[in-house]
Design a protein around this ligand. Structure first.
Ligand code: SF4
Length: 417
């Protein structure tokens, strides 16, 4: 471990000013982007991104904009920062002025460029700009709704299910989601990162039943290539670990992070799965699509995780559009989560009936591959439970009665035990 020093970890306050790397010209984004299958796709936000860049970063070259360090260095993190780009609503202003008591605020310039400054009810805006509604804590809500603290075996390692663990590798994200389940612990930087990793890795080494490690955070793709490579190689050296999954929102909020260097690190870890946190079809821009294509080309198995959010993605049309766009770039919709009852999240939560209606509006009306599993991660640490609309409508001695997507009832002959 001596080969690493803390300067190799991304430290938000210490990110160097942007540099143009040798070999990158001002008009040539990452080389892997050139082979993307993008010819017939539509990217309606291209114009908005360009306009934003011209207006707010006229001196930033393509090489700067496409450098993830530049994106981190220019994150928007305060009320005064934000006012340079849009006029906050009264609810947003109140929240941002109380920044010390609410969950961290940070958004990359790239992600902010996707937000229409004139639409105060915009979906992506609600996801990342704080609202004073977050200060409204209701009964049944909790800072740790999944009781992860109770199943934390060593710092940053949650062992809830028999054969898999959740490894919380960093507390840092480039952009903070207002509905984050781990808002109690996410934000800023983890002290003694390598020591805490060592403890978690030792735990995994000592537990032969652990065959699947979910590397999450915070966002692990905000770690440097060296740190991530170190972590993945340590996990790869543990004989009983059969697979590693990375949970990340980076391809959607900072796709510039998916560089050739990162892909080289990820390719060494096999088999590697990645769960991409995707919320709304507007996130699937040309850049995000290129990032997903590059990850898939590198042999990483891609799935998506989506939190169902009121006023953001709670319509069949929006979800279908999102899932179709993901599939187009080889990301298989995996989970649709009922929003966890995290403190201050009431304004984001739909009813479970609404979730079932949405699933009913998908099943049969689009490819099965475009339909994720709708789940509730049960409060108290009971794990994920699938929620299905009522397709089984009756049973007698001989038959099970099933309702199809058109509302027609069919019978299936049941066997005697
Ligand atoms: S990216 Fe994940 S960990 Fe980070 S704020 Fe969003 S939900 Fe939370």
């Amino acid at each position: 471990m001596g080969q690493f020093n803390t300067n190799e970890i991304v430290i938000i306050d210490d990110v160097e000013p942007p540099l143009i790397r040798s070999g990158e010209s001002s008009d040539s984004p990452h080389p892997h982007h050139q082979n993307s299958r993008l010819s017939d796709a539509q990217y309606p936000l291209d114009g908005r991104i360009e306009e934003f860049r011209k207006l707010h970063f006229p001196d930033a070259t393509d090489a700067m904009w496409n450098d993830w360090h530049w994106q981190l260095f220019h994150r928007i993190t305060t009320y005064h920062d934000l006012c340079r780009y849009l006029v906050p609503t009264a609810e947003e202003e109140q929240a941002l002025r109380q920044a010390s008591t609410l969950f961290h605020f940070s958004v990359t310039p790239y992600y902010l460029s996707l937000i229409d400054p004139n639409d105060t009810q915009g979906s992506l805006r609600k996801c990342v700009i704080p609202s004073i509604l977050e200060a409204d804590h209701q009964s049944g809500e909790s800072d740790d709704p999944l009781s992860e603290e109770h199943t934390t075996k060593v710092r940053g390692l949650v062992h809830r299910y028999p054969d898999r663990v959740l490894f919380l590798t960093t507390s840092f994200c480039s952009t903070y989601c207002r509905y984050c389940t781990r808002s109690r612990m996410v934000g800023g930087h983890t002290e003694n990162l390598l020591k805490h990793w060592d403890e978690a890795l030792s735990y995994i080494e000592e537990h032969a039943e652990v065959r699947d490690v979910v590397v999450s955070g915070g966002d692990p793709l905000t770690l440097s290539d060296e740190m991530l490579g170190y972590l993945l190689s340590r996990l790869g050296a543990i004989g009983h670990v059969e697979m590693v999954r990375i949970g990340t929102k980076v391809p959607m909020v900072m796709p510039q992070r998916i560089t050739e260097q990162l892909l080289a690190v990820l390719k060494k870890c096999k088999p590697l799965y990645m769960s991409i946190h995707a919320t709304h079809p507007d996130e699937m821009t040309r850049e995000a699509a290129k990032a997903c294509d590059a990850l898939a080309d590198a042999g990483i198995v891609l799935g998506s995780q989506t939190v169902l959010l009121k006023g953001v993605n709670d319509s069949v049309e929006t979800l279908k559009n999102l899932f179709h766009k993901l599939l187009r770039h080889r990301v298989r919709p995996y989970y649709l989560y009922q929003c966890d009852p995290i403190s201050g999240s009431a304004h984001f939560r739909t009813t479970v009936d609404k979730g079932k209606q949405l699933m009913q509006g998908l099943r049969g009306f689009t490819s099965g591959y475009a339909i994720p599993q709708y789940v509730i991660d049960t409060p108290g640490g009971g794990g994920k439970v699938p929620i299905l609309p009522a397709y089984e409508v009756g049973q007698d001695e001989q038959h099970l009665y099933l309702r199809n997507y058109e509302g027609k009832v069919f019978s299936y002959p049941t066997e005697r035990e």
